[in-house]
Write a protein that binds this ligand. Structure first.
Ligand SMILES: CC(C)(COP(=O)(O)OP(=O)(O)OC[C@H]1O[C@@H](n2cnc3c(N)ncnc32)[C@H](O)[C@@H]1OP(=O)(O)O)[C@@H](O)C(=O)NCCC(=O)NCCS
Length: 225
């Protein structure tokens, strides 16, 4: 019974993975040649020293939060969601990014990333440059079998608590497609404000700043690192 459920989970993950990859490739292709445009929201939050964030909580005692700082450490941990293997792990760890993973019985079933200095995966084509006291969080992922348990809120809270404990980070950024309703809900209720909207189509990039400070004008470029 347990084995067949597990096999079903792997098949579901593979099916979702293959579909998402195909959708991602065709979307990116259409975006590059200008047939469709992406609409990405950029969020910013100033970390308050005393603000309590949602965390895993006692009712989720079987779930642990692991922080990975290297590819070898992550691969040695046990079973990881196949989705993790699609990420540029080596590149991200090499430049100091952290992976905060939700685990249960040696299985990684969710993750959220923290990046410093810059993040070049916005919209797949845009780069957000970060100052020394800034960080970018994302991407986030929860395995389909574990979804709907408010774990995205808890993981975001855990990521923010970690950044607060680091001490030197004041501003946190993240981004999502305008169609990603879960991220809009979770980030707004975690205290983020939407500071801009980027529309990219072909080589054309339109940035709409939603604050008077025009934060993104100098930070967002379509150069790759
Ligand atoms: C997005 C994702 C992380 C949500 O995980 P989750 O654990 O199911 O989320 P939660 O249970 O914490 O729910 C968070 C909120 O989003 C809502 N939500 C979740 N999935 C949703 C969906 N597909 N459409 C609309 N709203 C959704 C929930 O209802 C909840 O809102 P509520 O407080 O009003 O009830 C997960 O579906 C996922 O990994 N998706 C693929 C990758 C992705 O989109 N990552 C985020 C951007 S990097």
């Amino acid at each position: 019974m347990l084995r067949s459920n597990f096999n079903r989970l792997i098949v579901n993950l593979k099916t979702e993975g293959i579909c998402n990859t195909l959708i991602g490739i065709s979307r990116l292709g259409c975006q590059r040649i200008g047939i469709i445009s992406s609409n990405t929201l950029i969020y910013k939050k100033c970390l308050g020293p005393h603000e309590p964030y949602d965390n895993l909580g006692a009712q989720r005692a079987h779930i642990r939060l692991e922080i990975f700082r290297g590819e070898r450490e992550l691969k040695a941990f046990g079973q990881a969601t196949p989705k993790l293997a699609n990420l540029p792990l080596r590149k991200w760890f090499k430049r100091g990014s952290l992976c905060l993973a939700l685990t249960s019985s040696d299985q990684i079933f969710g993750y959220g990333w923290i990046h410093f200095a810059f993040f070049d995966g916005i919209d797949s084509v845009n780069t957000l440059r970060l100052d020394a006291n800034e960080a970018y969080i994302g991407p986030f992922f929860i395995d389909p079998k574990f979804r709907g348990n408010r774990l995205y809120y808890a993981l975001t809270g855990a990521v923010l608590n970690h950044l607060k404990s680091v001490g030197c980070v004041h501003n946190v950024y993240t981004a999502s497609s305008i169609r990603n309703l879960a991220t809009i809900k979770v980030m707004i209720s975690s205290g983020f404000n939407v500071v801009g909207l980027v529309r990219t189509s072909g080589r054309k990039q339109v940035l709409i700043e939603l604050t008077r400070e025009r934060i993104l004008e100098k930070k967002l470029t379509n150069e790759k690192n």
